[in-house]
Design a protein around this ligand. Structure first.
Ligand code: TXA
Ligand code: MG
Length: 461
């Protein structure tokens, strides 16, 4: 494990003052349980309480968060930090130069707007109405969002809001739109960082543009080494797919991106019964193989992803071998039904612990708001296991690297990006993925949405 200030992320780094683009990237490990104390302060009948954080300034965990908050205030180089969904690449949303630093580190097209992260409703209201003060009786947050905030914040939900003409947000955040996306994340480190910086924090996922989203600090280091100064390492992310993005300003309201909050859950909220699906999966579902490069790449590892829609059977040995190219290695990501023992053409040869994955024993918050978050602070970490199998063919042996994500949708969401990255690092020619049924409109819809975007070939469906 790399630790702060000891070991550079990439040992072959060469630093030179004539090469300002190459930076020394440092991992700052932070253990939430050693950061200080977290509590909530009631805001009467408001939609959400306030979170109170008292840092233990002597602990190096707190010092790392303080260093990152200072960087957000003064530097134009963004900081990577964990959220409950995926790692984010954050910058002060009120400073143009800082926001531009996000686009350049990621290689992100500047017409794709960023989500702004807040640590309290008061901070968000100040953006919506710059002269807002707490005695205002007229809430600048549109009423349509109130039930969602009560139910899902802090959490994996982004709401689209009108950006006022006197907005403090840098124009680069909204990419020219008259609206902005906002969320209060559920991760204590994200909240501590935002609150300490005192700034709204613009943050896309902290991957290089087109790559799978990062759900562990090592994923960020892989993509952004030498491009940023610091990565706060808070361990693997709990949800594993990004936030659900909703637009309640149009009527009926629309889901712009499926994510950590299922559409069925949204429909239970007042005013959201008729929410429409505003993202397009159908085109991705066409069932015909498409040439590489024929689509906008997103969430894509280097290896070709072959997505088998839910209900497709586990491919036989010959079919698996058919996906080989020069490396004679194939990755397999199994979910609900593919049972490896059923395929006796393969001989297991090795099992290896791979990426750590946060595991919370299928917890569900027992209460809402920050209080619910505090009840789930202590997470266990499990490891994704890669098992290596061998298929012998007349042309030689083929290695099959197999990752079973489990049958539970939360576990599948948590591990899916890490599995794509892990198999890519192992140099497989193709990754065959068992899709899951999404008809319950749960987080499964987000998993399938990401897999369809990552895949070059679809089978079944
Ligand atoms: O879970 C998440 O949302 C993560 C973590 C870091 O918070 N962030 C994230 O950001 O996924 P990003 O930039 O990778 O995705 C932002 C999404 C994009 O689909 C973008 O088009 C949409 O939000 N978005 C942002 N502002 C918008 C706006 N004003 N109108 C419509 N869509 C918007
Ligand atoms: Mg992203």
């Amino acid at each position: 494990m790399l630790s702060a200030s000891e070991e550079p992320v990439n040992k072959k780094r060469k630093m030179s003052s004539s090469d300002p683009e190459r930076r020394k990237t440092t991992m700052l490990p932070v253990d939430v349980t050693k950061l200080g104390t977290f509590g909530t302060r009631s805001q009467g009948s408001d939609l959400l309480d306030d979170l109170e954080i008292t840092l233990d300034a002597k602990a190096y965990d707190a010092q790392h968060i303080i260093a990152a908050a200072v960087q957000l205030r003064i530097s134009d180089v963004p900081v990577a930090f964990p959220t409950e969904t995926v790692y984010g690449l954050g910058a002060d949303a009120t400073r143009s130069e800082a926001v531009k630093g996000i686009y350049s580190a990621k290689g992100r097209p500047s017409d794709n707007p960023l989500i702004v992260h807040f640590s309290s409703l008061g901070q968000l209201r100040k953006v919506l109405r710059p002269d807002y003060n707490e005695s205002d009786t007229n809430d600048p947050i549109p009423a349509i969002y109130h039930p969602l905030i009560r139910r899902f914040w802090p959490g994996p939900l982004t709401i689209i809001l009108p950006n006022p003409s006197d907005s403090p947000l840098a124009p680069e955040v909204t990419a020219g739109l008259s609206t902005f996306g906002a969320r209060i994340p559920r991760h204590p480190l994200a909240l501590a960082l935002i609150s300490l910086s005192g700034r709204p924090i613009a943050a896309p996922s902290a991957n290089a543009s087109t790559k799978p989203s990062p759900t562990a600090a090592e994923h960020v280091a892989h993509d952004l080494d030498e491009k940023i100064d610091m990565i706060i390492d808070g361990g693997p992310c709990d949800v594993g797919v990004e936030s659900t993005v909703v637009d309640g300003l149009s009527s009926p309201p629309v889901v712009l991106r499926p994510g950590g909050v299922g559409i069925e859950e949204l429909r239970k909220c007042e005013g959201w019964k008729d929410v429409r699906v505003g993202y397009e999966d159908a085109a991705e579902k066409s069932g015909t193989p498409r040439a590489p490069g024929m689509k906008y790449r997103h969430y894509s590892p280097k290896a070709r992803v072959v997505l088998f829609e839910a209900g497709s059977r586990l491919p036989g040995g010959e079919e698996i071998v058919g996906h080989c190219q020069q490396n004679n290695r194939i990755g397999l990501i199994r979910t609900k039904t593919w049972d490896f023992n059923a395929n006796d053409e393969m001989t297991p040869i090795r099992r290896a612990a791979a990426q750590a994955v946060a595991h919370t024993n299928g917890h569900h918050e027992t209460s809402s708001g920050f209080a619910g978050m505090l009840q789930t602070l202590h997470k266990q970490h499990e490891r994704l296991l890669t098992t290596s199998h061998k298929i012998s063919t007349s042309a030689g042996d083929v290695a099959v690297l197999d990752i079973a994500l489990g049958r539970n949708v939360a576990d599948i969401a948590r591990g899916v990006f890490a599995a794509l990255r892990e198999l890519d690092l192992a140099g497989v020619d193709a990754i065959l993925v068992e899709g899951i049924d999404e008809s319950d409109n749960s987080v499964a819809a987000a998993v399938m949405n990401r897999l369809r975007k990552a895949a070059e070939v679809h089978v079944g469906g």
